[in-house]
Design a protein around this ligand. Structure first.
Ligand code: PLP
Length: 432
């Protein structure tokens, strides 16, 4: 029991509420004992993870049958909790970290990322502004600058220039804040009443996160242009198709405001033509966002960096370290070229908003770069991944995955039951 024995007794333990024991939620020795047991439990889980069916076999509502319908009045033991985890929870878990898991995105846990999560849980800060934990803000600024250099992002995206990076929970939050900044920049230019005229351009391969962001940001649904991607360009969008829609919109008096290019689309890893999209955005004073949520990690390898060519024209760029960078969920990295646009949309401090000079001179308050107020110390896990593995090992890890994909292709093409259709860099396979 995570309780202190004997406290709250009649000779003045205090605060026990009449019972013989009282809650000691942060006893270091209890944590040591229970924490060791939990780490052992997790290590054993990882050791035997291949034995579990990757996809949970339970039916909806299964857990309601197994657990009581109200919280326990009295404390339970850690042993009985472990029993329930084994018998009732694990059967309902889909084992994302299993080597047999091939859905969605790669298994992405790592010892370094795990340790970073542990430390972040230990400090348990709510680092919304600088003073709430200077190290959290400053480490995030430093690590995102390191990462921007690893990706060879243009220097404007660094904190030392007008831009900077911030860790969001997900790519969906990243694109939402980018869109809010774009929307407000346009409304300042064209007037608040022009909201109904703002148009957003995506392809039918763009992640639905952008559509959701439009819904939240008040972009009129009829003003979201979903351009059919070009199957002859590996399902990347054709810039000519974007220009056609854009000309039609301009002729109707609408205002193009935001375009999203993807590096590594969710369905087929297609890469949109960033330089051309960037030129279009520039010519029409639109915000250009690049979503590299999944594939961006590969661009730390020099041989894949060319997929980011064109990022020079982007206003914002996002990639998820929690997808392919050994950093436990959640850790989505967003860089902007001019942070003042984000802050103008997301800060609630009118004085700060009025005065650009005070923005430039003040410390970073990341609450003004995101939707929620509170934020976790996420940079710790990314810092630990970078420090404990090093860039060279991380590059090798990504290369290994790409070689495995090539090996998989080889196995398929040498097996008569499968047909691999090659379309430049992209492969579609099916049973014959
Ligand atoms: N963008 C792309 C290209 C993705 O593949 C995904 C992931 O599924 C997302 C955005 C959304 O990611 P998140 O779950 O971090 O919002």
């Amino acid at each position: 029991m995570l309780l202190r024995d004997g406290a709250g007794s009649s000779n003045g333990g205090g605060g026990g509420g009449g019972g013989g024991e009282w809650l000691r939620p942060m006893d270091a020795e209890q944590l040591r004992e229970c924490g060791h047991r939990m780490v052992d439990f997790v290590a054993d889980y990882y050791k035997s993870i291949e034995a579990f069916p990757v996809l949970s076999q339970v039916q909806p509502g299964y857990l309601k049958e197994l657990l009581p319908d109200s919280a326990p009045r009295q404390p339970d033991t850690l042993d009985s909790l472990f029993d329930d985890i084994r018998q009732k929870i694990i059967p309902g878990v889909t084992h994302w970290q299993s080597p047999n898991y091939f859905a969605y995105y790669p298994s992405n846990s790592s010892t370094a990322g795990f340790l970073g999560e542990m430390l972040s849980a230990a400090f348990n800060i709510v680092g919304f502004n600088w003073i709430t934990s200077p190290a959290a803000t400053e480490l995030e600024v430093i690590v995102l600058d390191w990462f921007a250099k690893m990706l060879k992002l243009p220097s404007q995206f660094l904190s030392t220039a007008l831009g900077g990076g911030v860790i969001q929970g997900t790519a969906s939050e990243a694109v939402l804040v980018a869109l809010l900044a774009a929307r407000d920049r346009a409304l300042r230019k064209h007037g608040k009443e022009s909201l109904e005229k703002l148009v957003v351009y995506v392809s039918d391969q763009t992640h639905s996160a952008v559509q959701k962001a439009c819904q939240i940001a008040g972009i009129f649904p009829e003003n979201i242009r979903v351009i059919i991607a070009d199957c002859n360009r590996n399902y990347a969008v054709a810039p000519e198709a974007v220009s056609e829609d854009l000309s039609r919109d301009l002729a109707s008096g609408l205002i193009p405001v935001f375009i999203c290019g993807t590096v590594g689309t969710t369905s087929s890893s297609a890469v949109d033509p960033l330089p051309e999209l960037g030129q279009i955005a520039k010519a029409h004073d639109m915000w250009f966002h690049i979503d590299a949520a999944y594939a961006g990690s590969a661009c730390i390898c020099p041989e894949y960096r060319h997929h980011l060519n064109g990022v020079e024209e982007a206003d914002s760029f996002n990639m998820n370290a929690h997808k392919w960078f050994l950093t436990n969920f959640d850790c989505s990295l967003l860089w902007v070229k001019d942070r003042s646009f984000l802050i103008q949309s997301l800060s609630t401090n009118p004085e700060f908003l009025k005065n650009k000079a005070s923005q430039a001179n003040s410390v970073v308050d990341f609450k003004d770069w995101q939707i929620p107020l509170g934020r976790r110390f996420r940079s710790l896990k990314l810092w630990m991944v970078l420090r404990l593995y090093g860039v060279e090992n991380l590059q090798s890890y990504i290369r290994k995955h790409i070689h495995l994909a090539e090996h998989f292709e080889h196995l398929l093409s040498s097996d008569s039951r499968f047909e691999v259709k090659e379309n430049e860099n992209q492969y579609v396979f099916g049973t014959i």
